[in-house]
Design a binder for this molecule. Structure first.
Ligand code: HEM
Length: 141
């Protein structure tokens, strides 16, 4: 029973993490296109609040609750799907941290990338989401 409660909140944390992983790069798209000072300053605040208030806490909760599930069922550690999923998670964490670097560049008015670059960058978490969910639910190997 405890296990299922933890799994339910693991999934809630995953959903909120991905809401931020999709929305922050979308804000970068609009920020890269903005030219008015008021708009630019508003994007900086939205990005910072999203990153610190939603994205970081959700990532920590996802990993902590996932680790708790593994503590309760250590047998998963010997299964291939979990190794593959942890690889996907490592890539997601790298993406997350890279978003933090981009955010800092925007905050200091140092962004040189185009909105098209951010549109492509914005699509990458979709691949990770599909891969991680298929691995966790289907457990193909
Ligand atoms: C370090 C990070 C993570 C760890 C250690 C972890 C670990 C786990 C474990 C042990 C389970 C239980 C599997 C079961 O009961 O059959 C689980 C379930 C699940 N995880 Fe994760 N996970 C992590 C991150 C993620 C991420 C990033 C996603 C999505 C992108 C995700 C999506 C899911 C889903 C959808 C389930 C439910 C599977 C089911 O019950 O059918 N997890 N996770």
């Amino acid at each position: 029973m405890l296990y299922l409660w933890i799994k339910a909140f693991h999934i809630v944390a995953v959903v909120t993490w991905f809401a931020a992983l999709f929305y922050l790069p979308r804000l970068f798209v609009y920020h890269a296109m903005a030219d008015g000072t008021a708009d630019i300053e508003r994007f900086k605040i939205m990005e910072r609040k999203l990153y610190r208030g939603i994205m970081n806490p959700s990532a920590i909760a996802t990993v902590a609750l996932g680790a708790w599930l593994l503590y309760l069922v250590p047998g998963f550690l010997e299964q291939g799907w979990l190794h593959a999923k942890l690889t996907v998670v490592a890539l997601l964490i790298a993406y997350h941290l890279y978003c933090g670097r981009l955010l800092k560049a925007f905050a200091e008015d140092r962004n040189r990338r185009s909105h098209v670059w951010y549109r492509v960058f914005n699509e990458l978490p979709v691949l990770a989401l599909v891969a991680a969910v298929v691995l966790a639910v289907i457990k193909p190997f």
